[in-house]
Write a protein that binds this ligand. Structure first.
Ligand code: NZQ
Ligand code: ZN
Length: 385
């Protein structure tokens, strides 16, 4: 295991009715709040009115930035930075899924940079200390509620890129399972794929002795795999919503990845696909991951055998054989939930594979299990067809 420092400062407020605490929590960080929201789902479920009432009760001054789209755009981030500067906002409050939270983080990052915020994504300029972010999460998926990452798309350049900084961890995140019940089935399932994929990125690597992290990871995978079909059958099941919500946070809050090399090539490939085709992140991952697994299994067959044995209960002697069966089980699992695992099934053909491979490797080879160059990514994308 590698040496590591683990510092996750986000306060988690978990449970039914925890939303009621949003006013008091926000007030700890100032008077002027920029409320950042998506395309209206929170209005339909009454969450918007509830949050506004709770903020007003604490006599907070509310400014608004709404309309964040899935695969959130840098244009809206620029608008947000302008509002914050003009009105001397004290705290950003993101009420929504990963796209809304990432928009808040990008605004916070851009505020303390004099140039255009997109430079932070393309030039990897270090992010400076900035204003606080609070979160009311409405969708279990990204883990953005308890990490320092943000992923933003630029439609002009057809890029989707990430930033990461210790200054971008939310100060608090309210995880109220009731706020996730209305998530449509497709986005619920994409969220589930994203959660599993975050575990895969950290679990399938070349670090041999991070036993506790890997057992934690297996526990998350087993819990998700056990709970997802229940949720698909009954999306209103609050207990299952709560279980998945907590799995999502734990999958990418750092705890299962400490001391590990990790990989993250599949995420880079998926971001290249959604930069060109604007597909949901989880859907892209359901397609990319099984094929990446088949491409790299020969390097770490023991890890794939662990996955097959400890997560799926597959028996057998030969690690490679057993590992392959584990990958097939994953494909069957996604397909049984109605999630496609091939590009052709979502209308993407071989026309732009080269462009995607180019984008994914723009900053050099990706991943660690195998360092993937453009040609490798092209081959994986071909397998995805
Ligand atoms: O816009 P609204 O109206 O809010 O609708 C959203 C959106 O259409 C809807 N939704 C959210 N909560 C709902 C709801 N609908 C009904 N009821 C609710 N309670 O769901 C749709 C998807 O929302 P979005 O926020 O885009 O989904 P998600 O949370 O999966 O976020 C995806 C984005 O996060 C990035 C992805 O690349 C993608 O851009 N990621 C961020 C990461 C991070 N910051 O750590 C890591 C991830 O790997 C990922 O890359
Ligand atoms: Zn993800």
């Amino acid at each position: 295991m590698r040496n590591f420092v683990f510092h996750n400062p986000t306060k988690i407020i978990f449970g039914n009715d925890s939303t009621n605490k949003v006013g008091k929590e926000t007030k700890n960080y100032g008077k002027k709040v920029l409320l950042i929201t998506g395309q209206g789902s929170i209005k339909k479920i009454g969450l918007y009115d509830k949050v506004v009432d709770l903020l007003k009760k604490e006599e907070l001054e509310i400014y608004e930035l709404s309309g964040v789209k899935p695969n959130p755009r840098v244009d809206l981030v620029r608008e947000g930075i302008k509002i914050v500067r003009e009105n001397k906002i004290d705290i950003l409050l993101a009420v929504g899924g990963g796209s809304v939270i990432d928009t808040a983080k990008a605004i916070a990052a851009g505020l303390t940079y004099e140039g255009d915020v997109w430079d932070l994504f393309t030039k990897r300029i270090p992010i400076k200390p900035t204003i606080p972010i609070g979160v009311v999460l409405t969708l279990a998926a990204t883990g953005s509620e308890m990490n320092g990452n943000a992923v933003i798309s630029n439609m002009d350049t057809q890029e989707k890129l990430a930033i990461s900084s210790p200054y971008l961890y939310p100060k608090f995140s309210i995880l109220d399972p009731q706020n996730t019940v209305s998530v449509p089935l497709n986005h619920t399932l994409y969220g589930i794929v994203d959660i599993l994929s975050h575990v895969f990125e950290q679990y399938f690597d070349r670090t041999e002795d991070a036993i506790l992290q890997d057992r934690f990871a297996e526990a998350i995978m087993r819990t998700v795999i056990e709970t997802a079909p229940k949720l698909a059958q009954n999306p209103e099941d609050l207990e299952s919503r709560a279980i998945i919500l907590w799995c999502g946070t734990n999958a990418l809050n750092g705890i299962i990845g400490v001391g590990k090399e990790q990989d993250w090539a599949s995420h880079a490939i998926e971001h290249a696909i959604s930069a060109l085709y604007d597909i949901p992140h989880g859907l892209g991952l359901a397609i990319v991951f099984p094929h990446w697994m088949k491409y790299v299994i020969d390097v770490i067959p023991n890890k794939f055998a662990n996955f097959a044995r400890n997560v799926w209960g597959i028996q057998g002697e030969d690690d490679f054989e057993v590992g392959l069966k584990g990958i097939d089980k994953l494909i069957d699992f996604y397909e049984s939930l109605g999630i496609p695992t091939n590009l052709s099934r979502i209308g993407i053909n071989n026309e732009r594979l080269e462009e995607m491979a180019e984008k994914a490797t723009k900053f050099g080879p990706i991943g660690n299990v195998k360092k993937l160059n453009k040609e490798d990514v092209y081959k994986i994308l071909e397998m995805c067809l």
